[in-house]
Write a protein that binds this ligand. Sequence first.
Ligand code: HEM
Ligand code: NAG
Ligand code: NAG
Length: 223
Amino acid sequence: MFWNLLFVVIVTLLRSVSAAESVAVHDAETGLTYSQNFALYKVDGRGITFRIAIPSNVSSNSAYDVVVQVIIPNDVGWAGLAWGGSMTKNPLMVFWRGSNNQPVLSSRSASSHTPPQLYTTATYILFNTGTKSNSTHWQFTALCTGCTSWAADGGAVRYVQPNGGNRLAFAYSPTKPSNPSSPTSAITVHDVHAYWNHDFGTARNAGFEAAVQRLLGSQGVRA
Ligand code: HEM
Ligand SMILES: *[C@@H]1O[C@H](CO)[C@@H](O)[C@H](O)[C@H]1NC(C)=O
Ligand SMILES: *[C@@H]1O[C@H](CO)[C@@H](O)[C@H](O)[C@H]1NC(C)=O
């Protein structure tokens, strides 16, 4: 009984803290303004910061690119962002650090609550700028194409709407993938998952395209 009650209290704490409002954050390094939410995974206050920037000129019910910047405590084994706010039938961005501590991004999707498969419809380009680490955290900044639209059951197309709030979800595991330098590595189930409402209205950037071209650097190409 006590343990059940304690569990409920902890889960409630985790839920309420991670349901905090989105805040707008300007990051001078990447030159973009992000809508940010903090997703708590430990009651001691540890959590993952998710930042999203989108173009200003996109309309509802359309697909568009996003820049995602994530700040991750070094004890995270793997974590993931579900662009459609649930584990199944939406693009999952899964991330961890490789054997040289390099960021590894893995695009996945799942049709049930079993290990997600690779999902090649959503692709990520990792930027050098905005990707770094120190003794407590690491962070990456990436461009995603294919994260804001996907095919749901029965053929309906779903969108992450650019005008207001969208439910997003994350999952956290303390366990590193078995083959950490490979984006196709197996992963084991998460310890924590949670949802929040992420404001996309404040994620809009008039200079999105120009910033992305700068971040892509001399290559100047999009995958
Ligand atoms: C080995 C990989 C994985 C396994 C075996 C797994 C398994 C499961 C299981 C069994 C549940 C149900 C838990 C419950 O009902 O309490 C669940 C829920 C969930 N998982 Fe996973 N999962 C995996 C990876 C992921 C990843 C990569 C993400 C996100 C990026 C994710 C996000 C979620 C979310 C948000 C839920 C809540 C229910 C839902 O929204 O569908 N999972 N998972
Ligand atoms: C938005 O603006 C950019 C840069 O001017 C342009 O390349 C893009 O096609 C525009 N997108 C839409 C949906 O109008
Ligand atoms: C470590 O890096 C994170 C993410 O970039 C940053 O938020 C934090 O302030 C840094 N800490 C120190 C001590 O520099």
